[in-house]
Design a protein around this ligand. Structure first.
Ligand SMILES: NC(=O)C1=CN([C@@H]2O[C@H](COP(=O)(O)OP(=O)(O)OC[C@H]3O[C@@H](n4cnc5c(N)ncnc54)[C@H](OP(=O)(O)O)[C@@H]3O)[C@@H](O)[C@H]2O)C=CC1
Ligand SMILES: O=C(O)CCC(=O)C(=O)O
Length: 429
């Protein structure tokens, strides 16, 4: 959305958490910007023989806890500030669930729908060549994000392996199973989100049986979360994608919705449904709202009209800070993005571990470990919310995460003398 800078939003969230925790101001000074940002130019030969030059970015936010980790977005609206914000959010997403990573993110300004498969492959390989120097399993590990997928990950892994001269399966996650992908990664973002929703519903006394759910975005995160929530007994009353939406208060079957979208290109026009816009979906009567598309969807004015009891942010940064204040005042229970969407990077971590070991787990094993990490992460945040005075789930999640990153920076000596004093002053009960 024009005029709302996701990078400035991300900075505000960190500033608040540093303040709540009573940490040394140096912590904010270090965390308020990425440690490294690379802008690259990617010349691609198009099928008609012309050369088109694309712009790409890779940002590495903070490496105190481990190598940078985060997806690559292919979208016409990608900007450097968006990538910087997404990298920053990755640092705290990894920290909140206890993964040994820092935050990274990449993006290429392009519309993949306008590219042939050959052009898309050349662009993906060109992006990897351009960022190769700063990437690698020990430095920065990309993954899928909006409009990138396992096939693109496979091309990228192959290109990086050529660059290093040997197979580097651990360079990137979200790969197809045939080339070192992990069982369960495709569903992981949605599965983690569904687990967080289940825990939130228990905490808030909301029954999932027949609960009305509205989902914005019907891709990897949104499409699969709709299916998993449907399997858990919820009623999927509305879904939208970039071309339109489908609404039916009696509920819709996400598997059939997916078949309809595969056939027609959109969820709109699903048999028995009425059209619904993204704006209508966000403010409709429902129990659970899952924004699973892009940033800055729930502004203050949208938040004022939200009727959901629980919002689970499968997307990164779907709520503006002003929108967040309104939701907080209204008492809407928000599972913040850095927690609700942490399932994907958690299973990416498992994928990287499996690549490093050369030994692969079953889907059941992956899901068991994911469940454990998500439940622990959720309750750690819920406990911080209870402990802290006047903090909501988002602030609590940032407090948990910033505390872990600040502690790592302190013991590494990044905070100098300031780091030698006890860093964390948790608010008294
Ligand atoms: N994939 C992952 O592992 C993770 C993703 N996320 C976040 O989840 C969100 C979605 O990512 P993901 O599902 O992977 O991406 P996908 O590309 O798989 O899907 C994106 C979905 O959003 C829809 N969409 C795009 N623009 C709009 C719009 N203006 N209004 C309504 N819907 C729109 C797309 O519509 P259409 O189908 O018509 O193109 C598509 O259905 C992003 O914020 C991403 O950063 C977070 C953690 C991990
Ligand atoms: O799987 C990963 O490494 C990162 C996924 C991602 O980009 C995200 O969580 O926003």
């Amino acid at each position: 959305m024009v005029g709302i800078n996701p990078f400035e939003n991300a900075q505000q969230e960190i500033k608040r958490a540093v303040g709540h925790l009573g940490l040394h101001p140096a912590v904010y000074e270090i965390l308020k910007q990425p440690m490294k940002v690379l802008t690259v130019i990617i010349p691609v030969e198009m099928d008609d023989g012309t050369i088109r030059v694309f712009t790409g970015y890779r940002a590495q936010h903070n490496g105190a806890l481990g190598p940078a980790k985060g997806g690559v977005r292919f979208h016409p609206g990608v900007t450097m500030d968006e990538v910087k914000a997404l990298a920053m959010w990755m640092t705290f997403k990894c920290a909140v669930v206890g993964l040994p990573y820092g935050g990274g993110k990449g993006g290429v300004v392009c519309n993949p729908r306008e590219l042939s498969p050959g052009e898309l492959e050349r662009l993906s390989r060109g992006y990897v060549r351009a960022i190769a120097e700063i990437a690698g399993p020990e430095k920065d590990i990309p993954a899928p994000d909006v409009y990138t997928n396992p096939q693109i990950m496979a091309w990228m892994m192959d290109e990086f392996s050529r660059y290093r001269g040997h197979n580097e399966f651990g360079f990137i996650t979200g790969k197809p199973l045939a080339v070192g992908g992990s069982a369960g990664r495709n569903e992981a973002t949605a599965r983690g989100c569904a687990i967080a929703i289940r825990e939130a519903a228990k905490l808030q006394g909301v029954s999932l049986a027949n609960a009305a759910v509205a989902v914005q975005g019907f891709g990897n995160a949104g499409g699969i979360v709709a299916r998993l929530l449907h399997e858990m007994g919820c009623r999927i009353v509305a879904v939208v994608d970039s071309s339109g939406g489908a609404y039916n208060p009696a509920g819709m079957d996400p598997v059939k919705l997916r078949e309809h979208k595969t056939r027609t290109g959109s969820v709109k026009g699903y048999p028995g449904s009425k059209p619904v816009s993204s704006a209508e979906l966000l403010t409709m009567e429902c129990d659970i709202l899952v924004p699973a598309a892009l940033e800055n969807q729930i502004t203050a004015s949208v938040a004022g009209q939200v009727k959901a009891k629980i919002i689970a942010e499968a997307a990164n940064g779907p709520t503006t800070p002003e929108g967040d204040r309104v939701l907080e005042q209204k008492g809407v229970f928000v599972i913040p993005d850095i927690l609700a969407s942490a399932g994907g990077v958690t299973v990416s971590y498992f994928e990287w571990v499996q690549n490093n070991m050369g030994y692969y787990w079953t889907e059941q094993e992956v899901n068991r470990r994911l469940e454990e990490i998500m439940v622990r992460g959720f309750h750690e945040v819920a406990a911080m919310r209870k402990r802290g005075r006047d903090v909501d789930m988002r602030q609590a999640a940032y407090m948990v995460a910033v505390q872990k990153v600040a502690e790592a920076m302190a013991v590494r000596g990044w905070l100098g003398k300031a780091g030698r004093a006890p860093q964390v002053k948790a608010r008294p009960a």
